[in-house]
Design a protein around this ligand. Structure first.
Ligand SMILES: N[C@@H](CCC(=O)N[C@@H](CS)C(=O)NCC(=O)O)C(=O)O
Length: 206
């Protein structure tokens, strides 16, 4: 299998963190140059019609895009350690936290960076400072909510690391581009981030 990725991009990082936690090292990682627009060419679009990374190419020629869909597939190929739930309730519970992490935290963090970081101007052609500020505020609301959750739970979805933590960390690490890290006002989120930095997923930071 080959994983098309990009070093600083948060969605592919979600997949590389997932693989790191599973200890998988036999998937070839191919870095695509997003700044030069390499991913917008016809060859790449054949695998990824929306011209996005991550894209997973299976050995039989089939492809998958969408980071979470790729993780679902990888969880079936490499089931241990389990990161997405063992029974129906746990799968639902972890997905609940993962969707909160993706839709209400990581996505707004990414939009904040995309719309306000000059480094991203080549990728986000229509940068808009108001959109950036709106998404920053949305993400900060969720940061407080996650901080409360992490006061009572070691990880977002319980007492072991799951895809929900990986998703939230992908967004948080990307937001370092805006020089944002949880400070004294978010002590539980900070404790969680520092703990994750010591784990295989945290060590994949570019
Ligand atoms: N929903 C997709 C989003 C993928 C995505 O937005 N990837 C970004 C990198 S983080 C990308 O390829 N951007 C290229 C572009 O916008 O031109 C997923 O979860 O994989």
């Amino acid at each position: 299998m080959k994983l098309y990725s990009a070093p600083y991009a948060p969605n592919p990082r979600r997949v590389t963190m997932f693989l790191a936690e599973k200890g998988v090292s036999d998937i070839e990682i191919i870095n695509v140059n997003l700044q030069s627009g390499e991913h917008r060419g016809p060859d790449f679009r054949e695998m990824s019609p929306l011209a996005q990374v991550p894209t997973l190419a299976l050995d039989d020629g089939r492809t998958l895009t969408e980071s979470r869909a790729i993780c679902t597939y990888l969880e079936s190929v490499y089931p241990e350690p389990n990161l997405m739930g063992r029974d129906g309730y746990e799968r639902g519970f972890i997905e609940m936290w993962d969707r909160r992490a993706e839709l209400m935290f990581t996505l707004p963090l990414m939009m904040w960076v995309r719309h306000l970081s000059p480094v991203l101007a080549a990728v986000e052609k229509n940068q808009n400072a108001e959109i950036g500020a709106y998404n920053q505020a949305t993400a900060m609301k969720l940061a407080k909510f996650f901080d409360q959750r992490l006061a009572e739970s070691e990880f977002l979805a319980g007492d072991r690391l799951t895809i929900a933590d990986i998703t939230a960390l992908a967004g948080m690490d990307f937001a370092k581009m805006m020089k944002w890290r949880p400070g004294d006002d978010l002590p539980n989120l900070r404790r969680w981030r520092l703990a994750l930095a010591e784990r295989p997923c945290g060590k994949t930071a570019p």
